[in-house]
Design a protein around this ligand. Structure first.
Ligand code: SF4
Length: 347
């Protein structure tokens, strides 16, 4: 196993991807250490999201809140607004909670210990292992989708996911070295992201092409096997875009729990199964006009279709939400599904 980790680390020393939260292997050898705050933030942002999508968000967050103490002192609405468009908004709420817990309970320093990290809001076993390993170079097994794919191929494992998870984790555990475990964890992820890619692995330039069983047996492109997913259900509902005659928009802050929790959005109905009548719930009395086009958006567990109703109103007494002056209204602070509704009325 030592040979496998050594050959991968040699490859990583030359081919490590440059990322704004990462300390390259040459700098690390010169004694530079990753900033645990940056590693933690990147890992929270990268949950369910690609490096390409995360990079600009990460850079904006770090520029605006350079330390965990800065983030802990931020206004909730500013953080939620900066997160808009990145999705999975519970992560943004937990980001704030975690920063505040680190400042209040940990003296402003992230703990290195896996168990202590796990006690912080929004940090599950994967993120605790990643932060402990990458930021503090402690030996923990870090298994994301890239690592699962590489392990399934290296050992030609045909058990479908998710049942294969413990098997692939056990392989990853055996391979994780005592020396440079943080670099090793990032190296496997980089290998999966750049060479051992889902559809067409570039086995010819892979540092593990010799020992790889799937390459030898010609099964690489078909691995990992996956249990087929059920089709996503469809839900539908209605959103209401009311603009006052001075230009102000009627917005509401969604409840903290549930989808898009804590984010600003248009008032609207519940989202119900598409087999039920589409619900209506106008936030105030007005001459509502229905747009011809509808919003279509896909969440993790369902597809959503929203009717968009628009109205110009003179009355300042809404039944839900509050008016936001035009100069303070930033469409980029809206979550994507809400921004889609706004985009429709611009066309
Ligand atoms: S040899 Fe091919 S299939 Fe095997 S780990 Fe490398 S890229 Fe993946």
């Amino acid at each position: 196993m030592r040979d496998l980790s050594d050959s991968l680390l040699e490859w990583y020393d030359v081919h490590a991807r440059a990322m704004p939260w990462r300390v390259p292997p040459t700098d690390k050898k010169a004694g530079l250490r990753p900033d645990p705050y940056a590693v933690w933030m990147s890992e929270i942002m990268l949950q369910q999201t690609t490096v390409a999508a995360v990079t600009a968000y990460f850079q904006r967050f770090i520029a605006r809140w350079p330390t965990v103490a800065d983030l802990a002192a931020a206004q909730d609405a500013d953080v939620m607004g900066e997160w808009a468009g990145l999705g999975y908004y519970a992560r943004a709420r937990n980001l704030l909670k975690c920063a505040r817990a680190v400042v209040a309970d940990q003296g402003g320093e992230f703990p290195a210990d896996h168990a202590a990290l796990l006690k912080l809001p929004g940090i599950g076993p994967y993120t605790a292992a990643a932060v402990s390993s990458i930021a503090f170079d402690l030996r923990h097994v870090v298994v994301d989708g890239n690592v699962e794919r590489v392990m399934a191929r290296l050992f030609d494992e045909h058990t479908p996911l998710p049942a294969a998870k413990p098997i692939l984790t056990a392989h990853a555990e055996r391979l994780t070295p005592n020396q440079r475990p943080g670099d090793y964890a990032q190296a496997v992820m980089d290998l999966g992201a750049t060479i051992c890619s889902p559809k067409s692995p570039a086995c010819g330039i892979c540092p593990w092409r010799g020992p790889c069983k799937a390459r030898a047996r010609g099964t690489a492109a078909s691995l990992p096997k996956k249990t087929p997913k059920k089709a996503k259900p469809i839900r539908h509902g209605t959103v209401y875009l009311a603009q006052r005659d001075d230009g102000a928009w009627l917005l509401e802050t969604r409840p903290d729990s549930g989808l898009l929790g804590g984010m600003q959005g248009w008032p609207g109905s519940e989202w119900v199964d598409a087999s039920l009548p589409r619900p209506v719930a106008p936030p105030l009395k007005a001459e509502w006009t229905k747009l011809d086009a509808e919003v279509r958006h896909t969440f993790t567990h369902f597809h959503l279709m929203l009717d968009v109703m628009v109205a110009t109103v003179t009355d300042a007494g809404p039944g839900a939400g509050s008016f936001v002056n035009l100069k303070d209204f930033r469409p980029s602070d809206l979550p994507t599904v809400m921004r889609k509704a706004f985009d429709l009325i611009q066309n």
